[in-house]
Design a binder for this molecule. Sequence first.
Ligand code: ATP
Length: 440
Amino acid sequence: MDSAPELDPELLDKVTNLAKRRGFIFPSAEIYGGFRSTYDYGPLGVNMLRNVKNAWWRSMVQLRNDVVGLDAAILGPPAVWAASGHLETFTDPLVDCLKCKERWREDKIDGVCPNCGSTKFTSPRAFNLMFKTQAGPVEGEGSVAYLRPETAQGMFTNFANVLSTTRKKPPFGIAQVGKSFRNEITPQNFVFRTREFEQMEMEYFVPPAEAEEWYRHWIETRFAWWVDLGIPPELLRRHEHAKEDLSHYSRGTTDVEFYYPWGWDELEGIANRGDYDLTQHAKFSGVTLDYFDPTTNERYTPYVIEPAAGATRGMLAFLLAAYHEDVVEGETRAVLRLDWRLAPYQIAVLPLSKKPELEGVSKDVLAALQPHFMCDYDVTQSIGKRYRRQDEIGTPYCVTVDFESLNDHSVTVRDRDTTTQVRVPIANLTHHFWESTAPS
Ligand code: ATP
């Protein structure tokens, strides 16, 4: 059994508050009282979420020559979801508490109502999690459409298109990042489980004989990705599903779990989906979806290995893992120790005072850095307070322009984690940061 690390019992509240107060994540439609566990990503959150997705794209697409990207439609016809099995089986068991009438997911409550403690429930009903809507002005069977509950099906329905346009051959993958929608019965824990969320998924098509090997490969590759971006390995574990718990399409599933304030829970799932998806879509569409290998003269339906991660859930994990409190110059500070690739701003340019003499050179420094790094510029309050603000939002470096800068053409660079300061000539500044942040 993995041991549970010690966490601040108020961690979730602290991170939720910080996210709201500093502009990472706002409750959606807040001026109307909010809307059902739906969230908006503010000026800092949108930068960070984009960084999470870019880091994933970089490692899954840019740095590989066996994976290509896709951006498929969110709206889809019923046929896709009939073939995938979602119309029939994408359900959660729903029960109503007989005492307080609250509705719950049966598999998440251990037989006790989290609201009133009662143990008496209605018998479970299958509740389909897909959002159903209508495409076009005429209601009726022919106009039914669904919002996708996962991005994966776009990769299967475009399998033949991608194969014929890219000349890829198995093993190769198709990657996609985008919104998915599930009518979750009990959305909870901030952005951990929401009805609208973003996913980062990749379908890796392999010769069946290589499936097990690639399944193991992707479990390790994906685990390492989270660690590389700053999640301590002791807050992560692999959880392999027992055979009897596997989804209908799966021949093996391993979750990468994160230690959230409420305990171990899923961050990403890696599944060996066999040939289920391509076979189903071939059957329902009547289009052949297989691969002919001209070197062996063999025709086969590739197996699929799928690493499926949440971008919004991932951002929550990164925030939780990065939140720290420490003492600097006798004062407790909150600091987000975010990897520089994820931080909303990588550098803050801070003129020591509002005096006009400093403005020109400060703006020049900003203009030199901005094409290369996401920068903040702040002239309000004392320099100490401004450092704390940047620490709290995870900015790795502050650049302070002072009166000496006018003479020595240098600035002070302060490191968020160590708070050490070094003097760097303005002419070398971009290069200095390129060196400190060089991609691995
Ligand atoms: P869960 O068991 O938590 O409902 P799942 O096993 O159904 O999740 P998958 O279908 O494997 O999830 O989706 C892949 C990833 O997408 C999950 O690991 C998670 O990071 C993310 N995800 C799934 N549902 C949600 C949601 N409602 N809100 C936020 N992220 C989600």
